[in-house]
Design a protein around this ligand. Sequence first.
Ligand code: B1M
Length: 216
Amino acid sequence: MFDLEQMINTLIEGDESNLITLVRAALDQGMDAKRILNDGLIAGMDIVGAKMENDELFIPEVLMAAKAMSAGVEILKPFLSADDMGNRGIVVIGTVKGDLHDIGKNLVAMMLESAGLEVHNLGADVSPNQFLEVIKEKKAGMLCLSALLTTTMPMMKETIDAVTKKGLRKTIKIMVGGAPVTQNFADEIGADGYAPDAGSAVKLAKELLQLGSQKI
Ligand code: B1M
């Protein structure tokens, strides 16, 4: 029987080429793609998220693990039905208008995608209108806003206010984050939640979207 433990450890180590070899080997040995995804890749990424929260893994390692995971998922995609991939929630994410910092936001986006969410990453310097357009087009259930500058934090409130004005606030959960953002600020501007890092962002997104199970 294929050893998923080895796959999990390889993912945590961010060893992309070995992970690709292991995912292919598992498929060759007849393991179900959904099982590889859930019990190998997603299980590994859950551990990465937890280690990040506990300061046992840091940004470069998490980025490597997320990149390795994406490569593994690419191999599995043809073997997974649309149902297996699941639409566990549609997320729109971006850095707010005026702010060009996107490294942390991209990390959050990758981790959310790794957790099985459908993620639409609009990049940086995204205006409230740009967010609104995609939220409507994709019928998103969650909006994720990132800001790294104290001067662009008020744009988070402007974006939330624009969502409310369009009558969409009741149908969408809003999570905010970025180095200068705090839980107090999130409460003040009417966000549903704040996450300090990518690992806790995944945990919070699952809670807010009521995706109780870790599995797709
Ligand atoms: Co700028 N910059 N920068 N910068 N930059 C900071 C943020 C700064 C703290 C540096 C400093 O002065 N010490 C400072 C902000 C001060 C402040 O407002 N308090 C600053 C400044 C002032 C500026 C400029 C104004 C400089 C200038 O031009 N005079 C300018 C502004 C440009 C603009 O945005 N309009 C500017 C420009 C830039 C670069 C373009 C050069 C570059 C960005 C490149 C890019 O992103 N593509 C840059 C960088 C790299 C930084 C630092 C050095 C690193 C940021 C980073 O990527 N961190 C930063 C100093 C620092 O943080 N040490 C700094 C790594 C990243 C993984 O962490 O983004 O915090 P972070 O993301 C974390 C969490 O915050 C969280 O999860 C991530 C992973 O754990 N998180 C979320 C992030 N988004 C989330 C969303 C969530 C949940 C969690 O839910 C939705």
